[in-house]
Design a protein around this ligand. Structure first.
Ligand SMILES: *Cc1c(COP(=O)(O)O)cnc(C)c1O
Length: 397
């Protein structure tokens, strides 16, 4: 949607306040704080003349409801003044695939960060190549050296910072400057930091994507994606969403909005607890390296400090060499850290991972077993005790 914000909120104001006030229309909601969950397909027109002229605030369920509008207005307020519109998708991956289908056509060339979320890579290799798009993966640390990879037909660059699993920090403003000089668009998967801690659209990104399944939902109870675009990209995003018939279910829209209201306090806690545990893990004898850009020792720290205002609770560690059976014993002994995919909910998670089989522009050779942790909202001391138990099992195996 791209209608002007008709919320109750005064502006301008901080993002934390916008998260609470934006998208609320108390009068239309008959005094209730939250919008209704509108389950609807048909919208009735009062007269034939109104029908002919498509004269009504809402036309059809797929094109928007009062519930989707409230969410979109809140996301627009969070993204900032560069945001011309926000599209909603039924998953983070659907947001990514929709954005790529919107900007690319047969014969185009796409540059993709080598550390992009793996299913994004599968979409590029499995579907975009089938439709005649040529893809080159680039080292996420390339910075302005990415210019050597541009071709006359390079249409877009897909970045993600920090990278999925391995947490390299790409220099997004540098990449965006090169891309724009070549007439290419920049698409950023901004799921890790959310627009609260990384204002992509203010740093040269044209399309900023969220797997709202993660921190925006925040409770591990929805699949959801969002596509925020600047004025350059919004027309083609909006058109493609309509052409593809992309829309999200009303209950999930409501839950995404409910999650967004408390994003600032949740994320601040994930940031604080995550960094405290990352520092504690740096001091553990079993740990060779902690991959977390907010740590001063991290190679991406300077870029993170310059471009981001916070960190989320997701990071990885490299263990000193141990057999898989010992790592499995560690994982099996944990009681608070659950094993499972996704992240961004209230609960702590841990998974082993290995990027070596699918990275093509860089080599993944960390020198030991790797684990990705999501630090949830449990007490930090309890999480440390749980990891202590894990390390004891690792050492005993
Ligand atoms: C989880 C994730 C996605 C995909 O989101 P889904 O809602 O699971 O489809 C995309 N990008 C990143 C960085 C993710 O972590």
């Amino acid at each position: 949607m791209d209608s002007s914000d008709n919320s109750d909120a005064p502006s301008p104001q901080s993002a934390e306040t916008s998260l609470v006030t934006a998208g609320r229309d108390t009068k239309a909601q008959k005094g209730f704080v939250n919008p209704p969950v509108v389950h609807g397909s048909t919208v009735l027109y009062p007269t034939a003349e109104d029908l002919h002229a498509h004269r009504s605030e809402y036309q059809y369920g797929r094109h928007g409801t009062p519930t989707t509008r409230a969410l979109q207005e809140t996301l627009m307020a969070l993204e900032g003044p560069q945001c011309a519109g926000v599209g909603l998708a039924p998953s983070g991956l659907a947001a990514i695939s929709t954005a790529l289908l919107a900007v690319l056509r047969a014969g185009d060339h796409l540059l993709v960060s080598d550390s992009v979320y793996q299913p994004t890579r599968r979409f590029c290799n499995g579907l975009l190549t089938r439709y005649g798009v040529e893809i080159t993966y680039f080292d996420p640390l390339a910075g302005i050296d990415i210019q050597t990879l541009f071709k006359a037909n390079t249409r877009a660059v897909l970045v993600e910072a920090p990278g999925s699993q391995s947490f390299e920090m790409a220099d997004i403003p540098a990449i965006a400057a090169v891309a724009h000089a070549h007439g290419a668009l920049v698409i950023d998967d901004n799921t890790w930091a959310t627009p609260l801690y990384h204002r992509s659209l203010e740093q040269g990104v044209d399309i900023s994507l969220q797997a709202a399944t993660k921190y925006i939902g925040g409770h591990s109870d929805i699949m959801f994606g969002t596509i925020s675009a600047n004025a350059t990209a919004w027309p083609v995003i909006s058109e493609t969403i309509r052409l593809l018939g992309i829309c999200a279910g009303p209950d999930d829209v409501f839950l995404a909005l409910r999650g967004l209201r408390t994003l600032a306090v949740r994320l601040a806690q994930h940031y604080r607890s995550g960094l405290e545990i990352a520092r504690w893990l740096q001091g553990r004898p079993e740990v060779a390296r902690v991959l977390h850009p907010a740590l001063e020792s991290d190679p991406g720290h300077a870029i993170w400090r310059r471009d981001f205002t916070g960190a989320s609770g997701l990071f990885s560690i490299v263990l000193k060499p141990r057999p898989q059976t010992a790592v499995d014993a560690m994982l099996n002994s944990l009681k608070l850290f659950g094993m499972g995919f996704s992240w961004g909910g209230f609960e702590s998670l841990i998974i082993p991972f290995d990027c070596s089989s699918y990275r093509t522009a860089t080599r993944w050779n960390p020198g030991g077993p790797t684990l990705r942790l999501h630090i949830g909202l449990e007490a930090v001391d309890d999480l440390k005790a749980d990891l202590d138990r894990g390390f004891a099992a690792l050492n005993a195996a």
